[in-house]
Design a protein. Structure first.
Length: 297
């Protein structure tokens, strides 16, 4: 056969077409799943110990320990890129021990409540030891770390979370840790803690911040609640700390190299007073609530 017969003269490339992100999403996911399979959770615990962070990745299945330690490592590297503080403690835990819903992925404790297991700003991820299931694209799927990339993508499809990426819940909990560090540094800490000035009055600020948005929240006008729901997600519209963590996470994920999971650029350096999401993020970050000004009143 003559070579010319193989060439289509209808070939018409478009330089204006959008980049095929889906192709690299899939490649990057399988590349990272390969890395996860080779992760040594004990080595990740040592990595954290060297940075003064107590980490425990041994209470889950073999795969859960690998998956969660790898994602915590990647989230920590992103925080190091931005010079942000890390949680003092990170652990994979059976969430039945905290009386949390079996489907909850992670939690950040903004109060220790005097419990030495849960120091202020400590972050925990569910070992999913309780074998809960959920409907996913018409199929009953067990909630576990093996299925997590699919579960995360589904949460974005349903406008529940702000990002489809499996790393998002890790960045989300780390973001709570950063936010509470900011608030306690600025206003004081509601319980005695060696890192902050003790100020019991900060409880009032925390109560205002944590008021559910849906139930006629006096600080969040309905139009703003709808904006958050439509532009960030339903979970972001549940309370202001969740709004903060979800906008923060969305910004990080949008600026991530999908293969090595490091930031390509600083997502916060060009934040603008004219951008509504940036303004919401800034007001929650600063704890500007109950002041009758700004977007959050
Ligand atoms: Zn949260």
């Amino acid at each position: 056969m003559h070579i010319a017969a193989l060439i289509s003269y209808n070939y018409n490339p478009s330089f204006q077409a959008k980049i095929d992100t889906n192709y690299f999403h899939k490649k990057a996911l399988s590349w990272n799943l390969g890395m996860i399979a080779r992760t040594n959770p004990a080595a990740v615990e040592n990595y954290f110990a060297q940075m003064g962070v107590w980490a425990g990745f041994n209470k889950g299945s073999g795969y859960a320990n690998k998956f969660v330690s790898y994602c915590c490592l990647k989230a920590a590297e992103i925080f190091k890129q931005l010079n942000f503080i890390l949680p003092p403690k990170i652990e994979l835990e059976d969430f039945r021990n905290f009386n949390l819903d079996s489907g909850t992925t992670g939690v950040c404790f903004f109060r220790s409540g005097g419990d030495p297991r849960t120091p202020i700003r400590s972050v925990f991820f569910n070992s999913f030891a309780e074998r809960a299931k959920k409907m996913l694209r018409g199929k009953q799927v067990e909630i576990n770390w093996e299925n997590f990339p699919l579960i995360a993508a589904d949460a974005k499809d349903n406008n529940w979370l702000s990002s489809e990426h499996y790393l998002a819940p890790f960045i989300h909990e780390f973001a709570h840790n950063l936010h509470y560090h900011k608030l306690y540094s600025k206003y004081g800490c509601p319980e005695p803690n060696q890192g902050y000035v003790f100020n019991p009055a900060v409880d009032y600020l925390l109560n205002k911040l944590n008021e559910p948005i849906a139930q006629n929240n006096p600080f969040v006008p309905t139009s703003l609640a709808i904006f958050i729901n439509d532009n960030v997600g339903k979970y972001a519209a549940s309370s202001l700390p969740e709004t903060f963590a979800e906008i923060f996470t969305q910004k990080i994920v949008k600026n991530l190299d999908l293969f090595n999971l490091k930031l390509i650029r600083n997502p916060f350096e060009n934040s603008s007073k004219n951008n509504t999401l940036d303004r919401i993020l800034e007001e929650i970050w600063e704890g500007l609530i109950g002041d009758n000004q700004g977007l959050i009143r």
